[in-house]
Design a protein around this ligand. Structure first.
Ligand code: PEP
Length: 220
């Protein structure tokens, strides 16, 4: 069971309030070092594919590894939606990061319009066909319509999508999209849900801890 907290562009909780938690935190770049020093398994929210170069505003895998970061998110829907991330740049980032020795959580998922048009499987197939299995690669199924909206996929919708994803690529699959302490149990109990990627609820130490405890109870 893998529980990861994506703090997005929020400062997030005091890392010491999360000490001892078996979880991943993905803080903004300026808080990476504090999280590493607090003993947390720390991932960046993005990583470039080159080790260095003239890429203003980017960060490289060796730079993250140098300060003790373990991995990175790649292809979060907010990167795809607002910053021009494409399936091709996601593939480059994933390959570059894994090759450099970082772990990766690669995010996939359909928008509301795509789901309503019955295109969910086509979208997932397109997003996944650029990726290859790797022991350090984990996927996150994050239906865009459920991110930060308070709408959550039902456990059945999540299970169906996760099973489809695993039929295309052999990797653990986390669910993301408005996971909260009160809906975590139903989602994390599904056989193909291997954990959660938590946004809003990871900004509150107690909520995040409660979700982690639910996960640990289900897979103990
Ligand atoms: C996310 O940012 O990956 C996410 C799932 O956010 P939220 O839990 O707030 O929907």
């Amino acid at each position: 069971m893998i529980i990861a907290g994506n703090w997005k562009m929020f400062r997030g909780p005091d890392p010491h309030a999360l000490a001892g938690l078996d979880a991943i935190v993905c803080p903004p770049f300026t808080r990476l070092r504090a999280c590493v020093e607090a003993g947390l398994t720390t991932y960046a929210q993005n990583v470039h594919w080159e080790p260095e170069g003239a890429y203003t505003g980017e960060i490289s895998a060796p730079m993250l590894l140098e300060i003790g970061v373990t991995g990175s998110l790649v292809g979060h829907s907010e990167r795809r939606q607002y910053f021009g991330e494409t399936d091709q740049t996601v593939a480059l980032r994933v390959r570059g990061a894994l090759g450099a020795g970082l772990r990766v959580i690669a995010c996939v998922g359909e928008t509301q319009a795509e789901r309503e048009r019955g295109e969910t499987e086509d979208v997932l197939r397109r997003q996944l066909e650029v990726l290859e299995p790797h022991p350090d690669l984990v996927l996150a199924y994050e239906p865009v319509w459920a991110i930060g909206t308070g709408l959550t996929a039902t456990p059945e919708i999540a299970q169906e999508a996760h099973a489809f994803i695993k039929s295309l690529l052999d990797a653990p699959v986390l669910y993301g999209g408005s996971v909260k302490p009160d809906n975590a149990e139903g989602l994390l109990s599904q056989p193909d849900v291997d954990g959660a990627l938590v946004g809003g609820a990871s900004l509150d130490a107690e909520s995040f801890r409660a979700i982690c405890e639910t996960g640990a109870r289900i897979r103990s």
